[in-house]
Design a protein around this ligand. Sequence first.
Ligand SMILES: [Zn+2]
Length: 366
Amino acid sequence: MMDDFRLWFRVPSDYEVSPSGDMFIAAGLFPAMVSGDDIEIESRGPISSKLFTGIMRLQEIYHCWNPVLKKIGMHGKMSVSEPKNPGVASFFSGGVDGAYTLLKHKEEITHLIYINGFDFEMKEEDFAKVITSRRRVTDSLNKTLIPVSTNLNSFMARNKIGSQLRYGSCLVSVAHLLGFPKTYIPSSQTYNNLQPNGSHPLTDPLWSNEATELIHDSAHLKRTEKTQLLIENDVIRNNLFVCWENPYQNCGKCPKCIRTMITLKILGVKSSAFPKDLSPRDIQRLRIENKLHRPYFYQNLELAKQKNNQKMLKALKKAQRRNAILLFIKDLDRRYLGEIMSRSVRYIKRRKASNMAERIMPSPEQ
Ligand SMILES: [Zn+2]
């Protein structure tokens, strides 16, 4: 129980699970930092001494990124945690980052972990279908896919922890539950473009305990570079899954689908993982004002220049100009019109905005 919430994880019975309290520390840290309450762990689930030290530094970083997150204490029995399952694990949902880490460390990685209740919450029968689809990739490389279900996302959402902040600690929680000696966390940002984020090269290793070393992998490569390296594998290319909107199939419409389709188009390759061809309108509608999404747009622009793909370069520059005009209008509205235009748009989007505004993000500006 976490306060009055029954937090659960479900893993196949072939695997041992850790009895330590470390997974609950990972799950409970942000809700506790928001409320300012200390964490008390029952004596039957001891805390790793190494993780305890890491958590003190993690709190300094998170508090510096977003002062809404207050520093708190932790109380419980200390111990040295031990590995529970042999092998090396990595997280894998079918996307570019996870697929690249899998290929890069294919000689070393033995297990891939896929979580239901992380990006999406699916019914068990639907999750089983998705697992069958992800196994096309993992079976082709002779790796074992471990399906894990949890209600961790509901717990975080109930505590108003935004997905951008919570996702790293959700991964860490599952890594500590399974207790492989080493677990890779595929990077999403690059070292030269880091923003406060739930999973970050600065923070991920600090979540390690004595049993599990957590490695933030391949932040030296842009997503376009990773894509170039993995498209040579037909099975991976035709089973890429990147969507934010639909857990079963790439929707071909959301920003993450569109930016991946743009990269593939620039590289001149087709993937049967996407339901439709990219249209000029899809590119024009891209928004690049968000700090976290902007680098991916510029990565595609740079790739189009490198590949001398004039058609795509023209389409991306048109989207860039459209975004610049929208920003200019927004600025005019703010300075001279008292935000009349913005307020009208906000009214239309009120329901969505009210949900988002309550969420705690890695930094106040996000
Ligand atoms: Zn999509």
